[in-house]
Ligand binder design. Sequence first.
Ligand SMILES: CC(C)(COP(=O)(O)OP(=O)(O)OC[C@H]1O[C@@H](n2cnc3c(N)ncnc32)[C@H](O)[C@@H]1OP(=O)(O)O)[C@@H](O)C(=O)NCCC(=O)NCCS
Length: 424
Amino acid sequence: MGSTQNLPPSSSSSSSLPDASSPSLILTRPTAQELARTWSLTHPMWGPALSHDDYLKRELYLTTVPLAKDGGLSHWILTIASQPPDQRPILSSCESLRKMTISAPHADGAPLVDGVAHGIGSVFTDPQFRGRGYASRMMQELGRRLRRWQVANTADMPDDIVDASDDPSKLGPQSLFSVLYSDIGKTFYARSGWAPFESSHVAFPAVPGAASGLEPQNGYRGARARAVGYHELAELCSADEELLRAGLLARRAKGGKGGGKTCVALLPSLDQLLWHLMREDFMTKHIFGRTPAVKGAVYGDEVGRRVWAVWTRGYYGGLDKVEGNTLFILRFVVEGVGDEKAYLREGVRAIVQIAQAEAAEWRSQDVQMWNPDERVRGLIEASGLKYEYVERDKESITSLMWYGEGEGSTEELDWVANEKYGWC
Ligand SMILES: CC(C)(COP(=O)(O)OP(=O)(O)OC[C@H]1O[C@@H](n2cnc3c(N)ncnc32)[C@H](O)[C@@H]1OP(=O)(O)O)[C@@H](O)C(=O)NCCC(=O)NCCS
């Protein structure tokens, strides 16, 4: 796309555009044509593993998958209010994805609250408009807008529904929080209200055939690890939700690391996982001509005593640059609380080995597990697996804006299960 195509007909150059603080700017929804224009602009950055046309097809396809479909995915642009659609410049753009969330408010005995949260992604400014404050302005508008966006249902709401009133009694229901995953460090989004949270991961190298010794039964005391496919995900997610609900209450009660804080988690629902897996299917179909059947692995058969993971393969490098490809563990679950350490350690080892073998088979450089808790880290350490612990300071910085009690402050917030499944 030529650079001037993103300028209004009335402007001969970007210097005649409004200041970022101008009241003439609005945050609004793009038309289909404008959306295609933003995708053309972002293709070189986020779609190098796909041709331009396939990237546009993927973005369109991603509006139809679970979580995103039926208006769950909202695209946003910052533009000039007075300019007609399709002829106005796109000064900055992004998208938000509606997600379900659970929270255990800090007050003793308060019941769990189910609510809506939003994930924000694809924040982008056309290179010719950068450094003028447009992305910052867009994020400030968006942070406010998402507070009440699609809280009751996923149906589209008119653009002009904004926080017209500062009187809390006049406000309807609101989202609990919004999250984003900054690839540009910790300060840019913090300035607009998204506070950085723990952003670490454990990386295991891809190892061809790492799981070959696991079959059929060299697990611990008869337990055995095996791959899981699509058909097993619903049951795993359902068991996970039950454990997570109990876990949030227990964590609040214990004080523990949270120390009496409000504990929140994005729900690792089936739809949430499918959003990643269908994206992966699109990518692998285009890159390899086939899709992977192995979506994760489970150790042990007894519900409540299993260790399991669900993962997705991310391709930014395509086949030419394996170092751009990673197998991300979306969710890692150790179900048992009192189980003996040797059993759990073997479970962790077996699951990771299957992931390592899959990573190698599917041309990924490594396996990454985000923010493993203390217990999982201890089990990894005990497993004897080779790994690297990374505290990220620039990429995928998990960041959160809080709309609940004590709005704005995240000091008293404990983000539980802050794993890759929440990314968008
Ligand atoms: C990041 C981006 C959206 C900022 O858009 P913008 O309209 O220029 O943003 P603003 O003018 O409001 O703010 C500019 C500030 O962004 C920050 N910023 C931009 N790129 C950055 C980077 N790669 N690393 C760290 N900070 C960065 C800087 O603080 C910069 O301030 P400066 O101009 O004084 O250096 C734009 O550079 C872009 O589209 N980059 C490519 C896509 C991308 O990385 N998106 C973010 C994904 S999380």
